[in-house]
Write a protein that binds this ligand. Structure first.
Ligand SMILES: Nc1ncnc2c1ncn2[C@@H]1O[C@H](COP(=O)(O)OP(=O)(O)OP(=O)(O)O)[C@@H](O)[C@H]1O
Ligand SMILES: O=P(O)(O)OC[C@H]1O[C@](O)(CO)[C@@H](O)[C@@H]1O
Ligand SMILES: [Mg+2]
Length: 466
């Protein structure tokens, strides 16, 4: 998809006429390596060759509006009622975002009324619209010390007009949607319905997903906390497998369509011998297939550790009739088959057949990963996203997501956030690092050649047969 400057312009509700309470803070600020001043823009591309290929004057290059406080704002804070909704799967840092939104709205902008809608978009239906939480600094003071979301979350569709009615009936003129691709889709539809009714309501998205599958953001919040926890499970499995004769350690990690958690968690511990992700289909059979590679590891090193993303190898499950074709959850997300269980069965059978005596240690930590409290890094990240989301809303931006792009906080039009999925690029440097750390790949099922097969020797990785 080729993006132009016009694709990156965000919607405004109108001119900003009110003095911002933060005007003094930004009055004399200029763009520097650590600040982007109001009105300046952040480039989409970041290499000389990419810029060169565009062949444009700097002002015409595709770029994002910088986030941050403005000198003038659109809404009179005394007239603002804010709403907050968290939707989809849990993710570390949701409470940090809620806390940051409430603190910034109340302390900096003196907004008096903030409603927390319960259990995702379900909370905006006619049935649940009056069951809201009054969010104050006191209510949110300590919520960042726990994982999850104090507002609850849900999957499943709701009628968009009914949700707009809720915003009108509850007097909400600024809505913050903290959600993944589904949540951003719903927020986009909501904003379109608001626009078609000519209402003065801002919808601001704070993109969220532990899968890190949303584009135009460096990395989604909570992702670091999630993969740090996932890495602990890889260590556990590695210790177990290395202490068992012919040990097979398998960890299945979340990641429906994107294997970022599997890649990062594997790199964090450098204990994985094989990493399987949805983006790189793999073969079981043949000299470079998974089974041969696993067998080689066990014979040479005594054990093997496999990290598999839940969305990997779905073709293998389908071939075996282990997928409910077309089955989806309430939000329309495809229901996946259990690749971890299939690998456990197939690998055990193969190793037994070739005369080994495998001991399998299989962990599927699933919710134990995404329910953790945000680490310090993610807490800071969430707080800063929340501050910028509030600035965007008060300045009358709408149908806009607030993200960090190449270290700067920027505004991205919501349709772009749902325009495609962020995935591990098999030709990118992350996957290259995984190859370097694991010493090669399982043969891809698309017939591509393997570049560097082999078993690397890693300090502390276990016994290497002489
Ligand atoms: N294509 C869509 N159009 C409109 N609304 C959607 C769409 N997909 C999902 N939604 C709504 O958005 C909400 C959240 O979606 P979903 O359950 O897919 O989680 P998500 O926001 O993608 O988060 P995550 O990926 O982290 O689990 C649900 O209430 C769902 O009905
Ligand atoms: O069991 P649930 O709540 O439907 O969520 C599972 C899914 O949610 C995610 O955490 C985020 O979409 C995926 O990684 C996972 O497949
Ligand atoms: Mg999603």
């Amino acid at each position: 998809m080729t993006l132009h400057l016009d694709d990156l312009r965000v919607r405004h509700l109108g001119e900003c006429h009110h003095d911002s309470p933060l005007a003094d803070l930004v009055a004399d600020k200029k763009t520097s390596p650590h600040y982007v001043s109001e009105g300046d823009r952040v480039l989409l591309d970041d290499t000389v060759s990419m810029l060169d290929r565009r062949g444009m004057a700097p002002g015409d290059l595709p770029s994002f509006e910088a986030a941050g406080p403005r000198r003038k704002i659109y809404f009179d804070p005394a007239e603002v009622t804010a709403g907050i909704v968290t939707c989809g799967g849990l993710c570390p840092g949701l409470n940090d975002v809620i806390r940051g939104l409430v603190q910034e709205l109340t302390v900096q902008y003196d907004v008096k009324r903030i409603l927390g809608f319960r259990n995702g978009f379900r909370g905006l239906t006619a049935r649940h619209r009056h069951d809201t939480v009054d969010l104050t600094p006191d209510v949110v003071r300590d919520i960042h010390k726990s994982g999850g979301t104090i507002l609850g979350s849900s999957r499943g569709g709701q009628d968009v007009e009914e949700m707009v009615d809720t915003l009108v009936l509850r007097g909400v003129n600024v809505l913050f949607v903290v959600g993944g691709d589904g949540g951003m889709n719903a927020a986009t539809n909501l904003a379109a319905a608001i626009r078609s009714r000519g209402l003065d309501i801002a919808v601001i998205g704070v993109p969220k997903t532990i899968d890190n599958d949303l584009p135009y953001t460096d990395q989604s919040f909570g992702f670091q906390s999630a993969f740090a926890q996932a890495a602990n499970f890889i260590s556990s499995v590695s210790i177990e497998a290395s202490a068992s004769p012919d040990g097979i350690g398998i960890v299945k990690l979340m990641g429906r369509h994107s294997g970022f958690i599997a890649c990062y968690a594997s790199l964090a511990r450098n204990a994985a011998d094989v990493v399987l992700i949805p983006e790189v289909p793999f073969r079981l059979e043949g000299p470079d297939g998974l089974l041969a590679r696993v067998e080689r590891h066990v014979r040479e090193k005594g054990f093997v550790v496999i990290v598999v993303a839940e969305g990997a190898g779905q073709d293998l499950l389908a071939e075996r009739g282990l997928l409910q074709g077309g089955a989806t959850d309430a939000s329309g997300n495809a229901k996946l088959g259990d690749i971890g269980l299939l690998l456990r069965e197939i690998i055990s059978a193969h190793l037994t057949e070739v005369g080994l005596s495998p001991t399998v240690r299989y962990i599927d930590p699933s919710y134990a990963i995404r329910s953790v409290t945000a680490n310090a890094y993610d807490s800071v990240y969430c707080l800063r996203l929340a501050h910028n989301a509030v600035h965007a809303a008060m300045a009358g931006r709408t149908e806009t997501a607030v993200v960090r792009w190449r270290r700067r906080f920027v505004h991205v039009p919501m349709p772009l956030i749902i325009s495609h999925r962020n995935q591990v690029d098999p030709d990118g440097d992350l996957w290259m690092s995984v190859q370097e750390a694991t010493g090669g790949l399982v043969a891809p099922s698309d017939g591509r050649k393997l570049e560097r097969p082999g078993v690397p020797e890693r300090p502390g990785a276990g016994v290497v047969a002489g």
